[in-house]
Ligand binder design. Structure first.
Ligand SMILES: [Ca+2]
Ligand SMILES: [Ca+2]
Length: 235
């Protein structure tokens, strides 16, 4: 019995080290090291972020937003690279991508938070009900599985009212996820660009502390001991 208890304690002792399984996603280190950027994307770790979201096609629209982290004291702000020049009257698109390989695979209960800021109402509302194809959007691909991304678009924001801010939306990370790739897509034409901005944060599933494991293991040990004594007294 004591041998079993010693093995159980030895096993649980090793669980103490990485408390947050995928903490780099929460930007708590205060930097963006580990992320790979493409398409001219810029990514900043910040404690707060304030801006006015504007719309070139609706000069009367100015929406101040002020963001705070969902979890911890830092979050990420992903912004588009410059829009390539175009003389097109029809919308053309460009992408900016940020990719992170997690240090430890995600676990059940881990949540990725995204908050999309975009006022690309021109393509969304005219003609009603809009041209969804041309919506500025963000798509998230897990472990290279491009067939099933999570997608959030300007139309999703518009559908919830006349706002340019999606609010923080949580996406359950699939257990075992080791790579997250986030792509912002901006549609623009000769009239303007109106690029989207994305805030990113993360909350990890709580991990039982070492002392809880030790208590649990000790409790199991007592139960085993009681069981053995009962067997012995019967014999
Ligand atoms: Ca955070
Ligand atoms: Ca746009």
């Amino acid at each position: 019995m004591f041998k079993n208890l010693a093995v159980a304690l030895a096993l649980t002792a090793g669980l103490g080290a990485p408390v947050w399984a995928a903490s780099d996603l929460g930007f708590e280190s205060g930097d963006t090291s580990g992320w790979t950027l493409s398409g001219g994307a810029t990514l900043s770790a910040v404690g707060s972020y304030s801006t006015n979201v504007v719309d070139e096609y609706d000069p009367g629209f100015v929406m101040p937003v002020s963001l705070s982290p969902v979890e911890g004291s830092q979050f990420g702000v992903l912004q588009m690279g410059p829009a390539p020049a175009t003389s097109s009257l029809l919308p053309v698109s460009h992408d900016s991508t940020a990719t992170l390989s997690l240090g430890a695979a995600s676990r059940y209960g881990d949540v990725l938070y995204l908050r999309l800021l975009t006022a690309d109402y021109f393509y969304s509302v005219a003609p009603s009900p809009g041209i969804p194809t041309y919506n500025d959007r963000v798509s998230v691909v897990y472990d290279g599985n491009v067939a099933s991304p999570d997608v959030l678009s300007a139309a999703d924001i518009l559908n919830s009212g006349y706002t340019a801010d999606s609010g923080w939306l949580g996406y359950a990370l699939r257990p075992g996820t080791q790579q997250v790739s986030i792509t912002l897509t901006n549609f623009h034409d000769i009239g303007g660009s109106n690029p989207p901005t994305l805030a990113i944060d993360f909350s990890a599933a709580p991990v039982p502390e070492n002392s809880s494991f030790a208590l649990m293991a000790a409790g199991l040990g007592v139960l085993a001991l009681v069981g053995r004594r009962r067997q012995t007294s019967r014999a």
